[in-house]
Design a protein around this ligand. Structure first.
Ligand SMILES: *Cc1c(COP(=O)(O)O)cnc(C)c1O
Length: 431
């Protein structure tokens, strides 16, 4: 299985965005993060165009920058007409430095510090998603001090757990994010916010999870939130005009994953929003979505060099690579599954099953267990697919291993967008 944008050339090498992956390793070294620019752009367009087509363009897609945040990535999503989400001052700083205009930025976080609120308000971000009641007073104060009015959305727990087989409508009160509906907490927060002079109540937000493959949980979330907007209108006379349905759209990591096309979500959800608004005599809200993983996930591949190979008879074969949990902590965190291949034998049959291990001093430092792969020899280039999301952004310097470079490929050309860390970088803040 290869991802879109990938192929096998006459040398039997994996190509990504028209570039020979073995040549990329010779040129830039390993481990190496490779991002396919055309694929990132295509994903941005799928979302944007579907809002244009299904919802008269009355919406905005925010890229959830936590999935992969660096200057060039933000410039690319910005140039495709997307906005960006940030969940910390560091992400916000990066997004602003990339040149995105602040009205296209949405700020999140369940514990925004006073400094973060001040930084966001001062930079006139388009929206702050309020997560708890203590933030309101701080946002109002910061807005007043900066002589501005700050638009806010409210993060709601719609009571939908999308991660059970049949998603259920209970159990979500126990979550650190947002306001519960059932307890009246959400209603109280909005009524409270309406009293603040320097706060503009835009609407509501929810984010029901991640790596979700069905559209029904998103449709149910939309139903629940539109009904809530209707309840608020009936009670207070105030009509909220913005609805943000978060991210969480699933992508392919292995052959087992079968996501629907991302534009399908918007198509189906917009029908539900229109029906519900009609039923409750509400105007159609401005809609927002926040895809992260589905913009960058499959566009990323990590290339490693295989080193030590260890056979444990009747147990497993370990193939160790020159990276691991430092550049991709998702296996040690969640036992996430990936697809791997030998990039310099990409067209061969996968005849082996191996455990791919990293080089860190942790037995759990694996990239996957029981992974089907071509016959591996020491010195081969190993490609791990779908590493675009939550790899670079979750990377660490554990064992003082410098973080890999990131290369952007497009139409057979490659360019570095994040430099490889040096030993000097590792000690630069040490006194
Ligand atoms: C993480 C997150 C997203 C993005 O989720 P993906 O699964 O990467 O699409 C969007 N919105 C919020 C509030 C999030 O926390």
């Amino acid at each position: 299985m290869l991802m879109e944008g990938q192929g096998v050339n006459a040398l039997n090498h994996l190509t990504i965005g028209g570039c020979d992956s073995v040549e990329l390793c010779e040129k830039y070294g390993t481990p190496l993060y490779v991002m396919d620019e055309n694929l990132v752009r295509e994903h941005c367009r799928l979302y944007k165009n579907s809002i244009d087509e299904c919802y008269d363009g009355n919406g905005l897609v925010f890229y959830a920058s936590k999935a992969l945040c660096n200057l060039e990535m933000i410039r690319i999503v910005d140039s495709e007409g997307l906005g960006a989400d940030s969940v910390s001052a560091g992400e916000l700083y990066t997004v602003l430095k990339a040149g995105m205009s602040s009205e296209k930025i949405c700020v999140h976080g369940n514990n925004k510090t006073d400094e973060e609120i001040e930084f966001a308000v001062k930079n006139k971000v388009g929206r702050i998603v309020v997560d708890n009641i203590t933030e309101l007073e701080k946002i109002d104060r910061a807005a007043k001090a900066n002589n501005t009015k700050q638009k806010v959305l409210f993060r709601i727990k719609p009571g939908i757990d999308a991660h059970t087989h049949e998603f259920v409508m209970t159990g979500q009160i126990d979550c650190k994010f947002g306001f519960a509906l059932e307890t009246g907490e959400a209603r109280e927060a909005i009524c409270e916010a309406l009293k603040y002079e320097n706060i503009i109540v835009g609407g509501v937000h929810c984010h029901i999870g991640s790596q979700i493959f069905e559209s029904e949980p998103f449709k149910e979330a939309a139903r629940v939130l539109v009904r809530f907007m209707a309840d608020i209108k009936a009670e207070t006379g105030f009509e909220m005009c913005e609805l943000n349905l978060g991210g969480g759209f699933g992508v392919t990591y292995t052959e087992k994953d079968d996501p629907i096309k991302f534009n399908k979500y918007i198509e189906e959800v917009s029908v539900v929003i229109k029906e519900e608004c009609k039923k409750h005599s509400l105007s159609l809200p401005f809609i927002m979505m926040e895809p992260g993983r589905s913009i960058v996930g499959t566009a990323g591949t990590t290339l490693y060099k295989a080193g030590a190979i260890k056979d444990i008879p009747n147990v497993r074969r370990y193939v160790s690579v020159d990276g691991g949990m430092g550049d991709n902590p998702r296996y040690i965190l969640y036992q996430s599954e990936y697809t791997a291949l030998v990039a310099n034998k990409a067209g061969d049959e996968k005849t082996e099953v191996v455990t791919l291990a990293g080089k860190c001093c942790e037995s759990g430092d694996l990239l996957g267990e029981n992974m089907p792969i071509q016959k591996v020899e020491s010195g081969d280039i190993i490609a791990v697919l779908t590493t675009g999301a939550y790899n670079f952004s979750m990377a660490s310097n554990y064992n003082r291993i410098p973080r890999p470079a990131m290369v952007m490929v497009k139409d057979g050309e490659s360019r570095v967008i994040v430099k490889r860390e040096t030993f000097e970088d590792l000690i630069k803040n040490d006194i």
